[in-house]
Ligand binder design. Structure first.
Ligand code: ACO
Length: 173
């Protein structure tokens, strides 16, 4: 499939929010951009499946979820890295911005759902995704950016400049 330029896509948010230095650090054959309305067909769920259960919901349910996120442009900042030679998604992640009352109506950035396709792991792409999302979060004025991860990924996030703070608590339905 030929590479699709940003101008020909419906993107989840304005790409200008992604710091330019992240683009320049990527290899020539890769492109980092906001998630697009038709990224279902570029294998978005295949990459997400590297992280956890992500059953195929079909393109129309996937697009509905995209449209829901895109209709809340102050909160959802999903990004992907796409291979220019295959036009397929190879890495992804999302920033979710939470509005607070504390610290004078501050905002906090949650990093969620980071995944790099198995073939593309170990080439610095995960780090680029985190740099991009952190840059968007800080550019939007979030007072902190944070995430939950497993013990085995702690070293990765430390390499991205994050530090251990507290303990995650969960209750699955
Ligand atoms: N432990 C310690 N260090 C690591 C690990 C790890 N598990 N993984 C990578 N690193 C180091 C690398 O050696 C590299 O070090 P360097 O800066 O000295 O060169 C640095 O971290 C950056 O590594 P990348 O090559 O960018 O990592 P990659 O592209 O493989 O992405 C990721 C890492 C996202 C964890 C990937 O392996 C993956 O998709 N794993 C499966 C899904 C997953 O666990 N996602 C994270 C869930 S947590 C969340 O979503 C908030």
């Amino acid at each position: 499939m030929p590479f699709t330029a940003d101008k020909d896509l419906k993107l989840a948010f304005t790409p200008n929010l992604i710091p330019a230095k992240v683009h320049s650090a990527l290899p020539e054959d890769l492109h980092l951009r906001p998630l697009a309305q038709d990224d279902y067909s570029r294998g978005h769920l295949d990459v997400l499946r590297v992280l956890t259960s992500a059953p195929d919901v079909g393109s129309s349910a996937w697009s509905e979820r995209f449209d829901l996120m895109a209709s809340h442009p102050d909160h959802y900042y999903p990004i992907v890295i796409v291979s220019k030679s295959t036009d397929r998604v190879v890495a992804l992640g999302t920033l979710f911005v939470e509005f607070k009352f504390l610290r004078g109506n501050a905002k906090a950035g949650h990093i969620e759902d980071i995944a790099v396709s198995k073939e593309a792991q170990g080439k610095g792409l995960g780090k680029r995704v985190i740099e991009a999302l952190t840059g968007v979060s800080e550019g939007l004025g979030c007072y902190k950016t944070f995430l939950d991860c497993s013990e085995e990924n702690k070293g990765f996030y430390e390499r991205c400049g994050y530090e251990f703070k507290g303990v995650q608590m969960s209750k699955y339905a």
